[in-house]
Design a protein around this ligand. Structure first.
Ligand SMILES: *Cc1c(COP(=O)(O)O)cnc(C)c1O
Length: 413
């Protein structure tokens, strides 16, 4: 029975979060200095550009990958990575249905078939057991998405890849600075992809980078994002099709300045995320299920995603989130509204002007209307995401935990 009176901010009570957000600006002197130096350059072209070179140098401090291509977005990085594998049309790439569209766009453009495997209920990353189930004679690669900054189960996924001779692409867009068993994610697969979009740990507005230490893909990596022109030998005589996904010097100038700040930015994300989960563990609120993080790993807390057990609360998830909002917490419902395969383009197989030439040509029998990943579906229906960012303070984090406790206790059955 609901209490007769409620002190929820949603019902007019006082807010749990009273701390003021300090002023925080992501761009400043470091970015300006780079941009100022850049305008004196004779060229803003990426190839051998000093900003691009500096970006590669800074990136390689954490990700010592000999071959890298800075590019226009994380989506572009992933498309370049998929292209570099040179898989025959109709080949299958297993990935997570809980991800950004950017993960699957390149797969589809390369005339490959995204195959969605279910996720672990509490790490929200690919469940190796289900990945194994989705393997067919056409499977050629796994695209591993490290969601929210939590490293995927790389030992299990790499074992499957070895067993079936599959390539591994790591989508690290949300996991700058995350580490699996002490080693940075991005250093496990054949190719690693990162994003510099507005919302990621580090940003230049839009940008991305793809890297590899595999000699099969490294020497030609840049071609896959540069019209397949050969910048090393020179000349324009492309032997295959590639888009122009080049990053320009202005983007690189901002991106390198951001990367020099990455250690401090990560330290803030990790400190605040760890603090919030520490509070929530101590509170042990019935019905609030916290993410599983292996103590040997480093979660880089792009955000904090937890789940509600629907049967333990007398309100729907969205009302719970609205109540958190009213308390002053910038919470959001789940992550994406539904698994990627539920989007209209997949449900209607509307990839190329209402058609899917790959299927029309008999190279796949995939029907996304029949795909089911029940764990992903339930997680997205009962998940709540809490923001973590260097713009927050310890006090805001402490009050965020208070707000969660207040709302959970009010709606508890
Ligand atoms: C952001 C993101 C991308 C795409 O990056 P863009 O730079 O926006 O193209 C891809 N995958 C994941 C998991 C992401 O979070």
């Amino acid at each position: 029975m609901p209490p007769a009176t409620s002190s929820l901010a949603l019902h007019g009570g006082p807010k749990a979060v009273t701390a003021t957000h300090p002023s925080h600006h992501r761009w400043g002197a470091a970015e300006l200095a780079r941009l100022t130096a850049m305008v004196d350059q004779p060229s803003l072209f990426y190839w051998k550009g000093p900003q691009t070179d500096a970006l590669l140098g800074e990136f390689r401090r954490t990700y010592p990958l000999p071959w890298c291509m800075p590019c226009s977005s994380g989506t572009a990085a992933l498309h370049i990575a998929v292209s570099a594998l040179q898989l025959p049309p109709g080949s299958e790439v297993i990935t997570s249905p809980v991800t950004d569209m950017g993960s699957v766009i390149g797969i589809l453009y390369q005339q490959l078939v995204p195959v969605f495997a279910d996720i672990h209920p509490h790490t929200y990353n690919l469940d190796p057991v289900d990945v194994r189930r989705r393997i067919t004679p056409k499977t050629r690669a796994i695209m591993v998405v490290h969601l929210a900054g939590n490293p995927s189960d790389m030992d299990a996924l790499l074992a499957i890849a070895r067993e079936y001779n599959l390539y591994v692409i790591e989508d690290c867009a949300q996991s700058w600075g995350a580490a699996y068993r002490g080693k940075a994610v991005g250093l496990f697969g054949h190719l690693a992809c990162f994003s510099f979009n507005e919302f990621k740990h580090v940003s230049c507005g839009d940008g991305g980078i793809v890297g590899t230490n595999d000699q099969r893909f490294g020497p030609t990596l840049t071609k896959w994002g540069d019209k397949h022109y050969d910048r090393v030998a020179g000349g324009r005589n492309p032997e295959t099709l590639s888009p122009n996904y080049r990053m320009s010097e202005p983007q690189a100038a901002v991106a390198v300045a951001q990367l020099t700040k990455l250690p401090a930015i990560l330290a803030a994300h990790i400190r605040l995320g760890t603090r919030l989960l520490g509070h929530l563990r101590r509170l042990a609120l019935p019905g609030v299920v916290l993410p599983e993080i292996d103590p040997r790993d480093t979660h880089s807390y792009w955000f904090c995603l937890l789940r509600l057990e629907p049967a333990r609360f007398r309100c729907p998830r969205d009302e719970f989130v609205a109540a958190l909002h009213a308390e002053g917490v910038n919470a959001a419902a789940g992550y994406i509204p539904k698994p990627v395969y539920g989007y209209p383009l997949f449900q209607n197989h509307n990839f190329f002007a209402g058609a899917w030439p790959l299927r029309d040509a008999g190279l796949t029998t995939m029907d996304y209307r029949t795909v089911k990943c029940p764990v992903a579906e339930s997680m997205l229906a009962d998940g709540v995401s809490l923001p973590i960012s260097p713009a927050l303070t310890d006090e805001i984090i402490d009050q965020t935990a208070d707000a969660l406790a207040k709302v959970a206790r009010y709606f508890a059955l």
